[in-house]
Design a protein around this ligand. Structure first.
Ligand SMILES: [Zn+2]
Length: 262
């Protein structure tokens, strides 16, 4: 059935998956099974692996027949990484956009979907609404064979991470790197280089990852969010975020590889 979209189901931020042995996969549903509750909304998601996909938000049921389960988005992304990560990220962001833009923010009139794309439209004042994407920078700062790691007060004990933060309105990505690094740890950086990017649907970030070199200053915790920061080399790394799906972990792994080659 090449033209019938394969369905991906969400219910309250959880994803319907099929459990096979000890692994999970997206089930092959081209027609909705009768045991699912009524739809709230359906959206096309584009084509993945040559198969057209669509996301469907349903009301339940809470308990599914074997071997199907609801898995919250975060563990679902982890278990289906990397092949279905972008699909689930898009599905979740499209559903959030639909739920959060039911009325025009300017004049309060109910919005309408415009064609099959990701555009909601106000029939009164003609304002359009698209899925929100919030760019954030994350940066690995290098000083010789050391990198800067910092600890947020909300992290689990002994877990450190890279400097990151949202891009502000009217700001270039490079300026956001300079500003975040200075605001959080009081340092200057240079040689900012693009590394990679990753959608991060909690709820709508796009992480844009950079590397940079230390250029000056002493570490100073300036904004109250961090409780510790320091220079670490591979022999004395503190605890790092455990998830292998984050671009943060990719940046650190890439640094470790570059050091071990020398
Ligand atoms: Zn309007």
């Amino acid at each position: 059935m090449p033209n019938t979209p394969k369905k991906c189901y969400f219910c309250n931020d959880s994803v319907l998956l099929e459990k096979k042995d000890e692994t999970y996969q997206l089930p092959d549903f081209f027609e909705s099974p009768s045991w699912l509750d009524e739809y709230q909304m359906t959206h096309p998601l584009g084509t993945y692996n040559d198969i057209p996909m669509e996301v469907v938000e349903v009301n339940g049921p809470e308990t599914l027949p074997d071997p199907y389960v609801w898995l919250p988005l975060r563990p679902a992304l982890e278990t289906l990484y990397p092949h279905a990560f972008n699909l689930l990220a898009r599905a979740h962001q499209v559903l959030s956009w639909d739920k959060n833009h039911r009325f025009c923010g300017r004049c309060g009139i109910p919005t309408q979907l415009n064609g099959g794309g990701f555009e909601k439209h106000c029939p009164s004042c003609h304002l359009s609404f698209y899925p929100r994407i919030s760019p954030s920078i994350i940066v690995l700062i290098r000083k010789g064979d050391q990198i800067l790691l910092a600890r947020n007060a909300n992290f689990l004990p002994n877990v450190y991470a890279l400097i990151a933060g949202f891009v502000e309105a009217g700001e270039r990505l490079e300026d956001a790197v300079h500003r975040e690094v200075y605001e959080e740890v009081g340092l200057q950086v240079k040689n900012i280089r693009y590394f990679d990017s990753q959608p991060w649907p909690f709820p709508d970030s796009l992480m844009i990852a950079f590397t940079a070199d230390y250029a000056g200053g002493e570490i100073e915790l300036r904004d109250g969010e961090l409780e510790a920061a320091g220079w670490y080399n591979v022999d004395n790394f503190p605890g790092l975020p455990s998830s292998a799906i984050s671009v943060s972990r990719k940046l650190i792994d890439s640094f470790v590889q570059s050091v071990s080659k020398h």
